[in-house]
Design a binder for this molecule. Structure first.
Ligand SMILES: Nc1ncnc2c1ncn2[C@@H]1O[C@H](COP(=O)(O)OP(=O)(O)OP(=O)(O)O)[C@@H](O)[C@H]1O
Ligand SMILES: [Mg+2]
Length: 243
């Protein structure tokens, strides 16, 4: 039986199926924290670039944690590539994340004792799919990304802690991009950079994402960066602050 015709019955379902990421009627609240978030409807298609802004504490990193499946909502639904991501077990979410999502964390989360080039190859060790997407040539793919993101070759074998913040950030971006995941989540990756380096970094990131047709969700408290993105969302609109 054809799975598509058997299960896709409404236009809404069809719309969700063609999206990389969809949120429907989602409620979320951290334990022992009065603030809650309600997102009625959000959708990003392949190659679409979303910009998420809002004041410190408005929940930007929280939403990225939900999109990455690191935590799950109390109700509602997050769909990743047609799969009901948020209802899966932690193990299944870990698998889907490793295969389909590249994350640039607010604090980079690079492995400090590993050289830059090894950090970039890590997603390929955790995901056969991402390894296969670079034809098992992990080292070459990492080299190519570090070159493209202008990390000096003399630093590739140094522990990442010996790199400047801007260089570490580009290593983190290269790691997120390795194996062309469908979704890139970037949490304030430019906050430590001056304007020139910030613009250059953004251009490189978006250029690489475009080549892979990856969807981006990019978080920043700086609304000036938003003009490069096709979708804009203010986190505050979804915040339910207790009276
Ligand atoms: N793991 C957690 N457990 C409990 N509460 C949390 C957790 N992470 C975040 N919060 C709470 O959620 C709220 C939003 O935090 P979040 O880190 O998502 O904001 P943000 O918009 O990313 O802020 P910033 O711009 O400072 O990074 C805060 O009140 C914070 O205390
Ligand atoms: Mg944050």
């Amino acid at each position: 039986m054809n799975w598509t015709t058997a299960t896709m019955t409404t236009p809404d379902d069809a719309r969700t199926a063609s999206a990389v990421l969809t949120i429907n009627n989602m409620h979320f609240q951290w334990p022992r924290n009065a603030t809650a978030w309600h997102i009625p409807d959000l959708q990003l298609r392949a190659g679409e670039h979303g910009f998420l802004h809002g004041a410190s504490g408005s929940g930007k990193s929280t939403l990225l944690a939900l999109l990455a499946g690191l935590t799950v909502p109390q109700s509602g639904k997050i769909t990743l590539l047609g799969q009901h991501f948020s209802s899966r077990s932690r193990r299944q979410r870990d698998r889907l994340r490793a295969d389909h999502i590249g994350i640039i964390f607010q604090q980079f989360n690079l492995v400090p004792y590993l050289p830059a080039i090894d950090n970039v190859q890590l997603p390929g060790h955790f995901s056969r799919r991402r390894r296969e997407r670079v034809h098992d040539a992990l080292y070459d793919a990492a080299r190519h990304l570090l070159q493209t993101l202008a990390v000096p070759e003399s630093l590739w074998r140094s522990p990442v802690t010996a790199l400047s913040v801007g260089q570490q950030q580009r290593v983190a971006a290269a790691r997120a991009l390795l194996g062309a995941p469908e979704l890139i989540l970037a949490d304030e990756p430019t906050s430590a950079l001056d304007t020139d380096n910030r613009d250059r970094f953004l251009e490189l990131l978006m250029d690489q994402a475009r080549q892979a047709n990856s969807t981006i969700v990019f978080v920043s408290h700086d609304p000036a960066l938003g003009r490069r993105f096709s979708q804009h969302h203010d986190m505050q609109q979804w915040q339910e602050v207790p009276a």
